[in-house]
Design a protein around this ligand. Structure first.
Ligand SMILES: C[S@@+](CC[C@H](N)C(=O)[O-])C[C@H]1O[C@@H](n2cnc3c(N)ncnc32)[C@H](O)[C@@H]1O
Length: 262
């Protein structure tokens, strides 16, 4: 996916869905809109310690670091290729103060307890088989009063056919419903401050895709043809799923200073 999306702008792009702001936004603009929307849901990050979980190729971490000036930024991902890309791109750009490391969202073994003011996880959580462990880790590594933001693709509860089960297993998808998230966040002693359904904005963002393909720099007929087919199918499937079966939600919450044990 890194390489396919790189064909659109000839540079690595963020690895998440687009968020509609205006017609003729480039793919990168539309993805940046999503990051900006997420960060606008939080209090200012300037001078704070931020952890991004599931950072992919690091494009988003670099953008956040540049635009919102946290005191420190750590970005982790389970995929070693993504971390290598993140590190080498950061080196090329002379970005020294983001720590990119391999870690698992469900363990966070490289992150100290009560060390972070903000935790972000954007379009990564649906890959985690044990999302409850991920929520417990958020609780552990956040400072009391610290905030988290999870942008995730939720499922609208329905019966799983064998084909659907096979597909989810193959794609490493572990979608939760909104109800399940609310229950599990409560169990993890994390307090939800807001839950925004931005599905329509994301679908509208995707609807610009023919414009991105038109403006893509062409290489040779065969290569262009395959990339256009691949990206078109990918976008159409995602739009279909978002229209019929899924919800794109941004959950913002905090680790309370004190927890009432009921
Ligand atoms: C769709 S990409 C999103 C990347 C980035 N957050 C962004 O918005 O551009 C999802 C990322 O989650 C990572 N991921 C999947 N399972 C993970 C896990 N258990 N722990 C950490 N990262 C994980 C994948 O390797 C992938 O890079």
């Amino acid at each position: 996916m890194n390489q396919a999306l790189k064909r659109l702008d000839e540079e690595y792009t963020m690895l998440h869905y687009p968020y509609y702001q205006k017609d003729k936004d480039s793919f990168l603009d539309a993805q940046t809109n999503l990051t900006d929307f997420c960060i606008s849901m939080l209090t200012p990050m300037k001078g704070k310690k931020v952890l991004e979980i599931g950072c992919g190729n690091g494009v988003q971490a670099k953008y956040i670091h540049r635009k919102f000036s946290p005191a420190s930024m750590t970005a982790i991902d389970l995929n070693s290729t993504n971390i290598e890309i993140a590190r080498s791109e950061a080196k090329k750009l002379g970005v020294k103060d983001i720590i990119f490391q391999i870690d698992d969202a469900q363990k966070l073994s490289t992150i100290e307890t009560r060390s972070m003011d903000f935790i972000l996880s954007i379009e990564s959580a649906f890959h985690y088989p044990d999302k409850s462990a991920f929520l417990r880790e958020i609780y552990r590594v956040l400072k009391p009063g610290g905030s988290f933001l999870i942008a995730d693709i939720l499922t609208i509860p329905r019966k799983n056919t064998s084909l659907r089960k096979f597909w989810k297993k193959k794609m490493h998808f572990h979608h939760w419903s909104r109800h399940k998230y609310e229950n599990e966040l409560f169990k993890a002693m994390l307090h939800i401050k807001s839950l925004s359904d931005i599905t329509k904005k994301v679908i509208h963002g995707f609807e610009n895709y023919k414009y991105w393909l038109k403006t893509m720099k062409k290489k040779n007929f065969l290569d262009d043809f395959f990339i256009i087919i691949f990206l078109s199918i990918h976008v159409e499937i995602n739009m279909y799923l978002l229209r019929k079966r899924r919800q794109y939600c941004v959950i913002v919450g905090e680790k309370p200073y004190k927890n009432l044990i009921l």
